[in-house]
Each structure stands twice: as C-alpha cells, then as structure tokens.
Ligand binder design. Structure first.
Ligand SMILES: Cc1cc2nc3c(=O)[nH]c(=O)nc-3n(C[C@H](O)[C@H](O)[C@H](O)COP(=O)(O)O)c2cc1C
Length: 334
C-alpha cells in the first residue's frame, strides 16, 4: 500500500499508531515506531490555532525525522481556515496531511468539525476538495461510519472522497452516536474493501487490542492497513507482538517487569528531550500510560500507585528503580 511517496511492501498490512489527543505526542510516536508501528499520526491540531500562530498548536506540529513516516492531523469547521492550515503545514514537511472527520467531542462537533461534518456529506466533500487543492501534500481522511446507526453513509463518503483525490481513508468502524460503546463494526471495512470501484487504501480502526484480534480482523475484512489506538497506550509492544504473530503464528511472551521499567525510563527521556512541557508536567502526563505499562502484571495496581507519587523526573527514576524490590516484597506471603 502507498500514501504519497511512502510505500509499504510486505506480507502483512502496515500498522499505524492512531492520532490520540494528549497521547500521540512526539515521544510516544517515537517509541511506537521503535516498537514496530509502520507510521504514526499526530494528535489532532486546530486549524484555527495554526493560522493564528498559537504556539501550542505549532508545538504539536513539531515532527522529527526519526519518527517518519509521520502524518499531521488537523481539524476545523471553517473552510478558509482549513485551507490555510493545510498550506501552512507544508513547512514542517509531514509525509502527509490527515483530516479529522471523526472526533465525537461536543465542543468540536458543534462547530461542524470532527464528526460534526458526518451530518453534511456535501460539505465534507467540498471541504476535502478545497484542502486537496490547496496543498502539495498527500491528503488522507479519518472518519467514522456515519452520524448514527440510521445514517451510515461510509460507502458514499468513500466514493466521493476518492473522487476528490484523497490518498487513503481511515475508518473507525463506529458511528458518532456509538462513541466508544459496543463493538466496532468491522463488517463495514469488509464492504468497503469488496467494492470493486474503490481503489484508495482503506485503513481499518477500532478495537484492535491483541495479535489474535488483528489477525482475525485482517483475515475477515482485508483492510490495506490497520490503526491502533487505545491498546497502544502504555503498551507500545502491541506493534511488535502483532507483527510477530502474523509472521510466525506465535505469541511473544509479555514484557518482563525489567523491560517495562526500561520502557518507562525511555519514554521519560524522550518526553523530556522532545516535548515543550516542563519536567514536572512531563512526569504528570506520563501517568496516563501507567495502567498500560503494568497491564497483566501481578500487583499492577501497587506498582502503578508507587509511580503516581513521583513529581519530578528524579523522583520518578527513583520510584522506577525501587519497583523490582516492591514487586518481590509483594510476592512474599506475609
Ligand atoms: C485519548 C484518545 C484521544 C483521541 N484523540 C483523537 C484525535 O486527536 N484524532 C482522531 O482522529 N482520533 C482520536 N481518537 C480516536 C482514535 O484515533 C481511534 O480512532 C479510536 O480510539 C478507536 O481505535 P482503538 O479502538 O484502537 O482505540 C482518540 C482516542 C482516544 C482514546
């Protein structure tokens, strides 16, 4: 499969790290690339923020060669702002530009941005055409199946967006009304893939949380690529595990406590080096990954809580160094 000049050849579909607000930052993207993600996407960035030169928006758009291939995702409801943002973003040279038509959060939706545009497919087509025409970058779209179960229009959306020239379509196989409830309806990915008139790559997204799930979805619905979000939070090993399973049919053993400690330490170092936040903020932001980092371990809660108290990088490193002893202590029956 190919997006612009980036091509993935291989016996398995490329794996993408999903755009996730406050999660898919430069540090985490780099970790995921090192652990086997074939491409990464930034968290969504406000087009208004970019054109108004808001520092925070441009900080989110900072990318490094080490994480390539990397896409920048933008959102917004105003056509001229989206066009201008698409043009401005060329200066940071992402491998492609992704448009968010899937965010279900009300403050985004009510401005006609994110999933809000699922209620107006004419506008979606128009906005996409304008963006494709205003940038030299390849443009991809990430969206949901439709607004709600009675208005699933993903087949029509795919055709209309293909016609205006998008390079690939990522589909989170739920509606806006679903939020995150119920199972992702991957059968729609299968329908898109079996439509002989659709030629753009279809990236399937939603609920891939294990190598077996990825295998099952791939073999049932044949997406060109697969995107992983929540299962990667605090668990960048998911990419390596899926690849190993596709290539060998075997499950890798889960990472040891030592590997997990080393990964948190690396995550901290990357975050301190690559993110604009203060060291204290970096330590606080890392907390959202701990549930993933200790997933499946005995005494996971105890281990996680022992890191929660750290307020500075030095404190966090000391708490990390104490984890093996803490784990052994818990293992000894009192
Ligand atoms: C914390 C969080 C933040 C998210 N932020 C974004 C975002 O910025 N842009 C976007 O297109 N989707 C965003 N999503 C949706 C994910 O990209 C993905 O579509 C969704 O989580 C389903 O995939 P999963 O089941 O693998 O998690 C976010 C999801 C989560 C959990």
């Amino acid at each position: 499969m190919r997006i612009g000049r980036v091509e993935w050849r291989g016996i398995m579909p490329p794996l993408f790290l999903a755009p996730m607000e406050d999660v898919s930052d430069a540090a985490f993207r780099r970790l995921c690339r090192e652990m086997g993600a074939d491409a990464v996407v930034t968290e969504f960035i406000s087009s208004e923020g970019l054109i108004r030169q808001i520092e925070k928006s441009w900080q989110k758009a900072r990318i490094w060669d080490e994480e390539r291939p990397v896409a920048i995702q933008i959102f917004g409801g105003d056509i001229s702002s989206m066009r201008e943002a698409a043009r401005l973003i060329e200066r940071v040279r992402p491998d492609w530009l992704d448009i968010n038509y899937g965010c279900p959060v009300s403050k985004v939706v009510c401005k006609g941005a994110g999933a809000g545009i699922l209620r107006d497919i004419d506008r979606m087509e128009h906005l996409t055409r304008e963006i494709v025409q205003s940038t030299a970058l390849p443009v991809t779209v990430k969206t949901r199946l439709g607004w709600d179960a009675s208005s699933i229009r993903i087949m029509e959306v795919a055709h209309r967006l293909q016609a205006v020239g998008i390079a690939a379509l990522t589909v989170h196989a739920r509606t806006r009304a679903d939020g995150y409830a119920g199972d992702a309806r991957w059968e729609w990915i299968g329908r898109l893939k079996s439509d002989p008139n659709l030629h753009i790559p279809i990236i399937g997204n939603g609920d891939i949380d294990s190598p077996q799930r990825a295998w099952e979805f791939y073999h049932a619905y044949r997406p060109d690529g697969m995107m992983i979000g929540r299962a990667a939070i605090g668990y960048p090993w998911i990419f390596r595990e899926i690849k190993h399973y596709f290539l060998t049919g075997q499950l890798l053993p889960p990472p040891s406590l030592e590997e997990r400690i080393a990964m948190i330490d690396k995550h901290l170092s990357y975050a301190l080096r690559l993110l604009p936040e203060s060291p204290q903020k970096v330590v606080i932001e890392l907390r959202k990954h701990y549930a993933g980092y200790f997933k499946g371990l005995p005494y996971a809660k105890k281990l996680r809580l022992s890191l929660m108290e750290a307020r500075t990088p030095d404190e966090l490193r000391r708490s990390l160094a104490a984890l093996p002893t803490l784990s052994q202590k818990e293992a000894v029956p009192s």
